[in-house]
Design a protein around this ligand. Structure first.
Ligand code: GDP
Ligand code: MG
Length: 150
């Protein structure tokens, strides 16, 4: 089963959008298997956003993501990376489709509320950066056959 890392970034927490964002993901039918609130330090921010090191927005991004608590989660489903990216919308909220989290809740690329891993490979890397294996829960949902055809 595929997993993905989702962050409600500090702007989402500050704006009181944690419930709204989790609710949108829950309503999709994907399964929440880990969740915690945390303050990200410089080292974790650099590792998480390592691919963007050297870009003009990098320092601002690190400062922002470490500035205030965020909510980190792992969601699970077949093709969950693609499903979450679709529900989040385009990176720049200005271009994100209405109906998506970024398209409905944001206006600015530097304050786009949410992070979701961009591939199954990034997801594996990011899940391991944010969570210990013991923090990820394995449980059954009785309504799974009503969400996904067995
Ligand atoms: P994502 O995977 O959709 O989050 O987008 P990226 O991996 O390309 O970028 C990571 C994060 O960096 C984005 O979510 C934005 O918060 C930020 N970011 C990306 N591009 C820009 C930019 O051009 N300007 C600013 N200020 N922030 C950016
Ligand atoms: Mg990305």
């Amino acid at each position: 089963m595929e997993r993905t890392l989702v962050l409600v970034k500090p702007d989402g927490v500050q704006r009181g959008m944690v419930g709204e964002i989790i609710s949108r993901l829950e309503r999709r039918g994907i399964k929440l298997v880990a969740l915690k609130m945390m303050l990200v330090d410089q080292a974790l921010a650099h590792r998480h956003y390592g691919e963007h090191e050297g870009k003009p927005f990098f320092q601002g991004l690190v400062d922002f993501i470490t500035s205030s608590p965020l909510v980190a989660m792992i969601w699970e489903a077949d093709d969950v990376v693609e499903i979450v990216r679709g529900t989040m919308g385009q990176t720049n909220p200005k271009n994100a489709a209405p109906g998506t989290i970024r398209g409905d809740l944001g206006v600015n690329i530097g304050r786009n509320l949410v992070h979701g891993s961009d591939s199954p490979e990034s997801a594996q890397r990011e899940v391991a950066l944010f969570f210990k294996e013991g923090e990820i829960l394995d449980y059954n949902r009785n309504n799974d056959p009503w969400i996904t055809e067995p």
